[in-house]
Ligand binder design. Sequence first.
Ligand code: SF4
Length: 175
Amino acid sequence: MNAETPTPRKLRVATVSLAGCFGCHMSFLDIDERLFELIEHIQFDRSPLTDIKTVGPCDIGLIEGGLCNAENVEVLRAFRANCRVLVAVGACAITGGLPALRNHLDVGDMLQAVYGEVPNDPELPLPLNKVHPIHEVVRIDHSLPGCPPPADAFWQLLQDLMAGREPAPGLIRYD
Ligand code: SF4
């Protein structure tokens, strides 16, 4: 009797938006019908796509957005601790991006100007003085540049990682 070929294990993938606009996630979803092919090979862990709230052991973590508050740092550290491969997705994760435009302002003055007072509800995450790219806090394995990276870049990255290849440089779109 022939031994049955074991079904390859699906890769577990987590995604999160820190100080980002969810535009990178929307671009990921632009792989459209290829999502059906993708879910034959991966399953999602924590992600806006699943609504799972805490990250567990994963093969790949995709991080959108930089770090603007203490909660962002905590989530990023949890991703690093749980994800074998961590990818900085988009300009905000790689450089701080648009949210980092506030870095020349005093955070207290800024909150005062926006809210008329400095919010002090303990439920609110503590804002950082500056917005930081994620590589300043944890080790990053790969970067996917763009604002947002195009859908084809997500597709190529995941194809490479699923095949155990070093990912090709990201596809950057300037229009
Ligand atoms: Fe949004 Fe661009 Fe930042 Fe992605 S890189 S979160 S699309 S602003």
